[in-house]
Design a protein around this ligand. Structure first.
Ligand SMILES: Cc1ncc(COP(=O)(O)O)c(C=O)c1O
Length: 412
């Protein structure tokens, strides 16, 4: 028998420069810490997750099952099946008063991927992307992964965490390529209505090099009579440089189906098609059939979920604002509360640890009180933390009780 050949030891894996700046997201770090606590036998109340706790509505699941049984299980068009694109065009016309042709629409395996592709297709190292804080941390991570420079603009609680037009004007340079807006916002819940968007979009209009990504993923989750608008409804003149991103994950409780979509100028959409053709080829055919049913079908479940989020929001915000040391702007949309714990910074835990950072505060909550929340710093706004109220009321009430005990146990 011949001797096995001797293979030299492997050289270390070379990671591309794209990954030089990447690190696990705050959310995945929290998830890892929660899994570790559970593995050690501790009970954890998770109010950290950014996904609905509801099930996908029955008629949508049935559409997915019908797709499987009907052998709709082959590759589709790269940028989405004609049927789903038709449902998306209908959705934009019916809900947003916007008309898009199939060539202006692209479907992909998530809203996140739409944003990734838009930036991948258009930015060069050093290009600037303006991101108002607090922001969904993936915006920063994607920009950095592509070598672009995120330019963060802080917003203020007293402005409801909405961008001031003068701050935007000051941040724009000749290298600015994109402004990313997200209403309703993750994590602050801020909602821009016409009067909030108009002055911001007027600044964008004055700078032709600046394109706009509108991340409308939480569109259907607005409360207290707030009216959702997408930027193109407010300033249709920006159509030539706006990408409107949306998806089925949040409204229809379909995070695992992985379908997002976007509408924008044909040239940009063509560039995205080129990326799709060399990456995923197309989104899942089964998920596309289910997404089409979601967009065309009855909205009873969505409205029911929204009503339940609204009730939970009442409980969470009321409780948070009654805990000494915490205060929380009432979020007008999405399913997050983003309280400040600033007055407690520097306070000391019963174990003698002085809490200076959001990470320390959140670790204290997790380890000593079994409550999982996400630190505010990775959302660009230290001194805060994020609670998701996409959890049942008993869980939220218990989490609030523990939070009160945790804050009450701190000393100066
Ligand atoms: C602001 C925002 N945009 C996009 C997404 C991602 O949506 P999808 O599940 O379609 O990737 C999220 C998910 O947390 C989000 O919070």
């Amino acid at each position: 028998m011949s001797q096995p050949e001797t293979i030299p030891a492997s050289a270390p894996l070379h990671l591309s420069s794209h990954l030089a700046n990447s690190s696990p997201s705050a959310i995945s770090r929290t998830m890892k810490a929660v899994a570790e606590r559970k593995r050690q036998g501790h009970q954890v109340l998770g109010v950290h997750l950014g996904e609905p706790d509801f099930d996908t509505p029955q008629h949508i699941k049935e559409a997915g099952i019908a797709a499987i049984l009907g052998n709709d299980t082959h590759y589709t068009a790269m940028d989405g099946s004609p049927d789903l694109k038709d449902a998306i065009a209908l959705k934009f016309a019916r809900e947003n008063d916007l008309t898009f042709t199939p060539g202006e629409i692209v479907v992909s395996a998530s809203a996140k991927m739409m944003i990734f592709m838009a930036l991948f297709a258009t930015v060069e190292p050093g290009d600037e992307i303006i991101i108002p804080a607090p922001y969904w941390s993936s915006y920063i991570d994607i920009a950095q992964m592509l070598g672009a420079s995120p330019v963060v603009i802080a917003t203020r609680p007293q402005d409801g965490f909405r961008l001031r037009p003068e701050d935007l004007e000051d941040a724009i340079t000749p290298r600015t390529r994109w402004l990313l807006v997200n209403s309703p916002s993750n994590p602050s819940g801020a909602v821009y209505e016409d009067e909030h968007y108009a002055p911001v979009l007027d600044v964008v209009a004055r700078h032709p090099q600046v394109w706009l990504i509108a991340d409308d993923i939480y569109e259907h989750l607005v409360y207290d009579g707030a009216r959702f608008v997408t930027p193109l409804q407010v300033r249709p003149g920006l159509r030539d440089r706006t990408l409107t991103v949306n998806g089925v994950s949040k409204a229809y409780a379909m995070t695992g189906w992985r379908i997002g979509y976007g509408a924008g100028p044909e040239e940009l959409m063509r560039a995205m098609r080129a990326i799709l053709s060399q990456s995923t080829s197309c989104p899942s055919s089964v998920s596309q059939a289910a997404a089409a049913a979601a967009l065309r079908g009855p909205r009873v479940a969505v409205e029911d979920y929204r009503r339940q989020y609204a009730e939970r929001r009442e409980i969470v915000v009321r409780e948070l604002n009654s805990i000494p040391g915490l205060n929380c702007v009432t979020p007008a949309g999405a399913f997050y509360a983003f309280p400040s714990w600033r007055p407690l910074i520097g306070h000391v835990t019963p174990d003698g640890e002085r809490l200076e950072t959001d990470e320390q505060f959140c670790r204290y909550l997790l380890h000593d009180f079994g409550v999982a929340v996400i630190p505010g710093a990775p959302f660009g706004t230290p001194g805060h933390f994020r609670i998701s109220y996409a959890s049942a009321q008993p869980i939220l009430r218990e989490a609030m009780t523990r939070l009160r005990m945790a804050c009450g146990a701190l000393t100066t």
